[in-house]
Ligand binder design. Structure first.
Ligand SMILES: [Cu+2]
Length: 376
């Protein structure tokens, strides 16, 4: 009973904090009833009238369980809509043995970022953004990551991939102090949807401050003759890949009062960014999402797509789906995978996606696809 009461108090505290922050910024929180502990799932079917009037009509028809006001993308230096397909492919050169060397430059820096209208968060960033740049390479290439620490604390880049112990980005192996530089070098393998994050201690603090990003390794079609077409469709720069609409979504959250609980949840940092500005997709072109979960403190996260089903490739390390025809997947911390689906047989409209932890949805993690006919 006492536990239940504490749990309720914590929930209220988290919502009131979000409400207070928004009000202080001159905005108002529409979800005033949420502050009183009433919940209203944001993921109902859309009334036809609301759909016809566009996203804002739809949201207000719901009682608008989302933040009000605008985040200043220019001040942040990153725009969630652009981040979706902003691949950092580095610079390419050739090694003496003819292999491709791909070099990335990443700098750690402290930066205050706006995660919801009026709510500033003192982040630790890679290249001034949260999540850090989406590094993208091809299986078998040699990768070189020049990492500079211009932040106020020791940091590292720990890659989920295959590499030598001395390249692991843990204390004693590539963890560097302010002002220092380290070069990580290893082969791009295995292909898949991976991530990198800082591995300085305390780990959960460094991750939660914003030090993470997606790390995508495309399969080399030559190495996968049995699934060459699929591999080519995953390889950035091929005509087959251009036939897809690809997005990277890093599910993250922020502990704004440092109580080891999150107050704001999102994909790609900004609360409700894709609810306010739905992601436009062409109905005739399939969609592929590189999904990564880096939420600290909450053990599990999920992704649910409305009115549709998708195929899922756990960790992205296979060329055939590990789950077929599902409308929800769960991810533990650092888990990730690739989702593939299409709206070919759907009518145009706004199709919602969100985790099925309703609290996360209310606190910022929800979005919509704006499915449109191809422009002729
Ligand atoms: Cu760190």
């Amino acid at each position: 009973m006492r536990e239940g009461k504490l749990w309720l108090e914590r929930k209220l505290d988290r919502r009131l904090l979000l409400a207070g922050g928004l009000a202080a910024a001159g905005g108002t929180v529409v979800a005033a009833n949420a502050a009183l502990g009433q919940t209203s799932h944001a993921g109902h079917e859309m009334p036809a009238a609301a759909a016809a009037e566009g996203p804002s009509a739809h949201l207000s028809a719901h009682g608008a369980m989302i933040t009000v006001g605008e985040v200043d993308d220019a001040r942040n230096g990153f725009d969630p809509s652009k981040m979706l397909s902003d691949w950092y492919t580095g610079t390419v050169s050739m090694l003496p043995d003819g292999r491709t060397l791909r070099t990335f430059e990443v700098t750690a820096e402290d930066k205050e970022i706006e995660i919801a209208p009026g709510i500033m968060f003192p982040a630790w960033t890679y290249n001034g953004r949260v999540p850090g740049p989406t590094l993208r390479a091809t299986e078998g290439e040699r990768l070189r990551i020049v990492f500079r620490n211009q932040g106020s604390h020791p940091h590292s880049m720990h890659f989920h991939g295959i590499h030598a112990a001395r390249m692991d980005g843990v204390p004693g192996a590539g963890l560097i102090g302010p002002g220092e530089e380290f070069v990580y070098e290893f082969d791009a393998r295995p292909f898949g949807c991976h991530l990198y994050h800082c591995h300085a201690l305390p780990l959960k603090r460094h991750i939660q401050k914003g030090m993470y990003g997606a790390f995508v390794i495309d399969p080399d079609p030559v190495r996968h003759p049995e699934h060459e077409t699929v591999a080519r469709s995953r390889l950035l720069g091929t005509p087959e890949n251009a036939g897809w609409q690809e997005f990277v979504m890093v599910m993250n959250a922020f502990d704004t009062n440092f109580d080891n609980e999150n107050e704001v949840y999102a994909v790609n940092t900004v609360a409700h960014a894709y609810a306010k500005k739905p992601i436009r997709v062409l109905k005739d072109k399939p969609v592929r999402i590189y999904l990564v979960n880096v939420v600290e403190f909450d053990p599990i996260n999920s992704f649910h797509l409305h009115a549709n089903f998708f195929d899922y490739y756990n960790q992205g390390t296979t060329l055939t789906p590990t789950l077929k025809t599902v409308d929800l997947i769960t991810q533990c911390q650092a888990e990730r995978g690739i989702l593939e689906f299409h709206f070919r047989d759907h009518e145009p409209g706004l199709y919602m996606f969100h985790p099925h932890q309703s609290e996360f949805t209310e606190l910022g993690w929800s979005g919509m696809f704006d499915v449109v006919e191809a422009v002729s």
